[in-house]
Design a protein around this ligand. Structure first.
Ligand code: G4P
Length: 527
């Protein structure tokens, strides 16, 4: 059975390196959608706003901040769900997993800096799932790098076809406007002292139009003609299938701070970004039109209050029409859960609501039963696949203060790794358990939770290993031979999957080079 009249959604995330302008752009998107009215609200949410709706009260009662996890706004009758991916250097795997819950992403690049390390990391995650990406080159109001250089960098470093959709006429002090290549519209900042780029729009017949000479300086007009012509000829033209397949990125230039080019970005999302898509699952992919209500948990946020085990599980709805109070069963474990007080994220005001549709995010309060990676379904029997585990970047050995607590420690490590807080590796030889995390912050969370929730006093010590890779081979014999040869560097993860541990990147490369039959993987799908 399928559902009819399903409202459409654009569920997306912004990926960027800290300081590229994600917060500023988020604000401007929410303002354009009427979700917020004052700049600065995303960063500095005042108490007034917090108290404004029931939803906020829930947040206060539970003492947790879920406010910024999902932001919803409407534009032109279409609902956009923007999922937050924290951009700190110490981000956790949450960040990555959030990207499994979106249908597309906007990659924000600072025009002066180009691709930075965090952008790249997040991009790799998008690539794993072929998430389509629209690129926004931000801060054109400041001196930036040559646009050709920036486009080439995206193409070379990320192995993507790039398609400039707009072209800046100069940057910084020389900035005169942005030319919309597909529609032949020149957008220019308003000439006023406030610095706001309200923007004038002038339609022209093409780059040859004489009016450009009147609208721009001689130098600007010449520059636009030369550069835009080269750009159109030199880069891929827009191809919707290429974009949706994750092979091509349309590139827009703008300034989030001056609200320039933001509206074009929303229009691009509305026009090109995919609606909720079928999600990979077993026994078969789940179509959003399927009447069975299904979703998966991509993030679990624990209560700040250590006395309670309350958590909010964030579920991406994949199919069906969700109604408040309905029963959903977590696949693989547990009884049906009646979802009486789901947190739904509404345009303008966030409040308790009665229904949600594929592409929407639902917050489900629970007592630790729901875990990252869980599938929930009205009629069980389906399981979503493809939530990756990431190669940890920091490995530590866990040392117990009291050796009689080994059992508790193992339980805690298993639990926490199921929740996605850490990864745990049990070496084949010896009794030193290794934990792996993506960011330092996760180690602090680990120690504190071991102490308070599991009453286990543990220390983290340097690990003899620095790099971990899941291993696999087409032939069992090859895998066994490799394991036999490297037993002292072999471990099993929580699911018993073999992991090779190396002292450093050099050793990893060396062993990899000598073992062509083995696949070394930095990521692992959750099962
Ligand atoms: P992030 O969330 O990606 O970390 O970046 P955020 O939006 O906080 O922006 C980082 C800095 O860059 C901020 O300045 C912000 O004002 C500035 N910025 C963002 N977009 C633009 C733009 O289009 N043009 C220019 N010129 N600057 C931009 P800050 O001084 O570090 O912070 P604040 O004190 O202004 O908040």
């Amino acid at each position: 059975m399928s559902i009819s009249n399903r409202p459409d959604r654009r569920t997306f995330a912004i990926i960027s390196h800290p300081d590229a302008g994600k917060t500023t752009l988020t604000e401007k998107l929410l303002m354009a959608g009427g979700a917020i009215h004052l700049a600065g609200e995303v960063k500095a949410r005042g108490q007034n706003r917090r108290a404004r709706s029931d939803w906020m009260k829930i947040e206060q009662q539970r003492g947790i901040s879920v406010t910024s996890s999902v932001m919803t706004f409407e534009y032109d009758g279409l609902t956009f769900n923007l999922l937050d991916t924290p951009g700190h250097e110490d981000f956790s795997e949450d960040t990555y997993r959030t990207l499994t819950a979106v249908d597309s992403a906007v990659m924000v690049i600072d025009a002066a800096k180009g691709i930075e390390p965090q952008t790249r990391k997040l991009f790799e995650v998008c690539r794993l799932r072929s998430v389509p990406i629209i690129t926004f080159v931000n801060k054109v109001d400041r001196e930036g790098r040559d646009p050709f250089e920036l486009l080439d960098e995206v193409a070379d470093q990320l192995q993507l076809d790039v398609c400039p959709m707009s072209w800046p006429v100069g940057m910084g002090g020389q900035f005169e406007g942005i030319y919309d290549i597909a529609n032949d519209v020149l957008r220019m900042p308003a000439d006023d002292a406030t610095g706001a780029f309200e923007g004038r729009r002038e339609s022209v017949s093409g780059l040859d139009d004489d009016r450009l000479d009147a609208l721009l300086s001689d130098e600007g007009a010449q520059r636009l003609r030369d550069e835009a012509e080269l750009a159109v000829g030199g880069y891929a033209s827009f191809d919707a299938a290429g974009y949706r397949g994750g092979d091509l990125t349309p590139v827009y230039f703008g300034s989030a701070l001056k609200d320039f080019g933001v509206e074009e970005l929303i229009r691009a999302l509305a026009a090109h970004a995919p609606s909720p898509r079928a999600q990979p699952a077993e026994p078969a992919a789940v179509s959003p039109d399927d009447a069975n209500v299904t979703g998966f948990v991509f993030k679990v946020q624990a209560n700040m209050d250590p006395q309670h085990r309350d958590r909010i599980a964030f579920m991406r709805l994949c199919s069906g029409r969700f109604r408040r109070g309905m029963k959903l069963t977590p696949t693989g474990h547990g009884k049906p859960i009646a979802v009486h007080s789901p947190i739904l994220f509404f345009a303008r005001e966030r409040e308790l609501a009665d229904e949600a549709w594929p592409g929407d995010i639902i917050g489900i309060p629970n007592h630790g039963t729901l875990r990252v990676g869980d599938t929930l379904a009205e009629q069980p029997g389906v399981r979503f696949t493809g939530l990756p585990n990431f190669a940890p970047e920091i490995l530590r050995r866990v040392a117990l203060a009291d050796p009689t607590k080994t059992k508790q420690l193992r339980k805690a490590l298993d639990d926490l790794s199921e929740e996605g807080v850490i990864q745990v590796f049990y070496p084949e030889i010896g009794s030193q358990w290794i934990v792996g995390v993506v960011g330092q912050l996760q180690l602090e969370v680990l120690i504190s939770r071991l102490q308070h929730e599991y009453k286990v006093d543990a220390r983290l010590e340097p690990s003899p290993w620095d790099v971990a890779r899941w291993i696999a081979a087409d032939s069992d014999a090859d895998l066994k031979a490799f394991i036999g040869l490297h037993r002292s560097a072999l471990a099993n993860d929580r699911d018993g999957q073999p992991v090779f541990l190396a002292r450093d990147a050099w050793e990893m490369n060396y062993v990899q080079g000598k073992s062509p039959a083995i696949r070394f993987s930095a990521t692992k799908e959750r099962h």
